[in-house]
Design a protein around this ligand. Structure first.
Ligand SMILES: Nc1nc2c(c(=O)[nH]1)N[C@H]1C(S)=C(S)[C@@H](COP(=O)(O)O)O[C@H]1N2
Ligand SMILES: [Mo]
Length: 250
């Protein structure tokens, strides 16, 4: 199934579900959200609640207009599909397969039992927004690759997501850097559903589109397979700056 066949058609005047369940015209919804932002900008303790409203609204918004609403926390919420199932303790799994000696499946508890690494780095989207000094924490991709054992002929990794649509890729050399994480925590708390929890990729030295949310699969491949945005013109390598790729990560 392709992402395009799943994408809802834009319906600018259609009714939308809002958090209280009442149908409301999109224009009204956006108006309400805009009005809410004015007060919230001055009340940092409401930031988390506001981010949830933004995330909820953007999931019901095929036009992407909610991405234009102000968010003092800096993050925008992206999903190429309208709704994503929630997964957690009992039903989350990460599968590693393809060109490996031993395919493996990890639960959240399995992932937590492995050595955790914390990285603080700026997050940068190609759309221009940036969030500085954002901590992410989780398991190194290289540790998972060592666990599975990379087989002869392996060149790259293909990431798949339980939204059923998004894909990403890294070369094997990129994936082995110490700043490539299978992240369980963001901003020193478990990753929220809105930010791609319970597990997302965090490719620290690259633009944020490389950091696949709702990560569910890692397939080791014999070549780079372009991901969702790469098929639409983005660079295969999402390096944040030219210098960074030269220096090996600490
Ligand atoms: N599964 C999935 N992962 C994704 C995306 C997406 O739409 N779906 N968008 C990417 C882009 S372009 C960005 S900037 C970040 C946004 O992460 P955030 O929603 O936590 O801010 O997720 C990346 N990973
Ligand atoms: Mo992005």
């Amino acid at each position: 199934m392709t992402a395009e066949s799943q994408a809802p058609e834009p319906e600018p005047e259609s009714a939308q579900d809002v958090p209280d369940g009442a149908p409301i015209a999109r224009r009204t919804l956006l108006g309400m959200l805009g009005a809410g932002a004015v007060g919230l900008a001055a009340a940092p303790y409401l930031q988390a609640a506001w981010e949830k409203v933004l995330a909820k609204a953007s999931q019901a918004d095929p036009t992407g207009l909610t991405g234009l609403l102000p968010n003092p926390g800096g993050f925008r919420y992206y999903s190429i599909v309208g709704s994503v199932p929630r997964k957690g303790e009992t039903d989350y799994e990460l599968r590693i397969d393809g060109l490996v000696d031993k395919a493996r499946t990890y639960t959240l508890a399995d992932l937590r039992a492995l050595p955790q690494h914390r990285i603080v780095h700026d997050v940068q989207c190609t759309d221009g927004w940036r969030v500085e000094n954002t901590p992410f924490e989780g398991v190194r991709l290289s540790d998972l690759l060592d666990d599975a054992g990379v087989a002869a002929g392996a060149e790259a990794l293909r990431f798949t997501c339980f939204d059923g649509a998004y894909t990403e890729n890294l070369t094997l050399d990129q994936a082995r850097r110490s700043d490539m994480l299978v992240a369980l925590r963001m901003q020193d708390a478990p990753i929220t559903h809105e930010h791609g929890g319970p597990v997302r990729l965090y490719a620290a030295p690259m633009y944020f589109y490389k950091s696949a949310k709702w990560l569910s699969g890692i397939t080791v491949t014999d070549r780079v397979v372009p991901g969702f945005w790469e098929e639409r013109g983005y660079d295969l390598d999402g390096w944040l700056d030219g210098a960074e790729r030269q220096k090996p990560a600490a």
